[in-house]
Ligand binder design. Structure first.
Ligand SMILES: N[C@@H](CCC(=O)N[C@@H](CS)C(=O)NCC(=O)O)C(=O)O
Length: 210
């Protein structure tokens, strides 16, 4: 498989975690978001949205990190299942995963922050305020969901899609100096995940920087 990747992209980071947890060999092809390579003709042919990640599995080209993670989970169900067996439990895991992927991350994406700065004339301080606002709003809710659902990980003691989605968001929240002391459950789950090889190897600091 080939992952079109950027080391600091949290959406690509999710897919790296899922690939590692599934013990799938893959090749990384960096798409430098700061240099604008995501808008090149070559990358738009892979992902018409001009975003990373994209995953090539043989002839199959996939986009959208959560769709890719579910594809990997369905294709390799025996190795580290990312969704629980019961449909009610799957809905709970997806709710936590999508809270991050749909309701925090898109508001704080590179193109949105850039738009705030360049088109709307915002300052760096306003950009940080915007970023932190949406993290706090999402994490306040997620913290209360983890209080009910979490054990060592987001959903009991089994790894799940909720962890795959959460850990990259915590990395980014730290980058933007969010006060994580407000979230003891999130921090515990994050610490536990970061002890595991699949998460360690997927970490942005362990990737090439191109
Ligand atoms: N919903 C998409 C989001 C993908 C996304 O936003 N990727 C970001 C990096 S995390 C990106 O490529 N940004 C490029 C840009 O904003 O120009 C997914 O989960 O794959």
């Amino acid at each position: 498989m080939i992952l079109y990747d950027y080391y600091r992209s949290s959406a690509a980071y999710r897919v790296r975690i899922a690939l590692n947890l599934k013990a799938i060999d893959y090749q990384q092809v960096p798409v430098n978001l700061v240099a604008g390579e995501q808008r090149s003709a070559a990358h738009l042919a892979r992902n018409p949205q001009g975003l990373v990640p994209a995953l090539l599995d043989g002839e199959l080209l996939l986009t959208q990190s959560m769709a890719i993670c579910e594809y990997l989970d369905e294709t390799y169900p025996q190795v580290t299942p990312l969704l629980p067996a019961a449909s009610a439990d799957r809905a709970k895991v997806r709710a936590m995963a999508l809270l991050v992927a749909c309701d925090i991350h898109p508001l704080n994406n590179l193109r949105v922050l850039k738009y705030l700065l360049t088109e709307l004339g915002g300052s760096d301080t306003q950009k940080t305020q915007w970023y932190q606002h949406w993290v706090y709003q999402g994490f306040d809710a997620l913290e209360s969901m983890l209080a009910v659902n979490a054990g060592a990980f987001s959903f009991g003691d089994q790894l799940s899609l909720a962890d795959v989605s959460l850990i990259p968001q915590v990395f980014n929240a730290n980058r933007f100096n969010c006060d994580m002391s407000r979230y003891p459950h999130i921090c515990r789950v994050n610490d536990n995940c970061l002890q595991l090889k699949g998460f360690i190897d997927a970490h942005p600091d362990r990737q090439g920087t191109a």
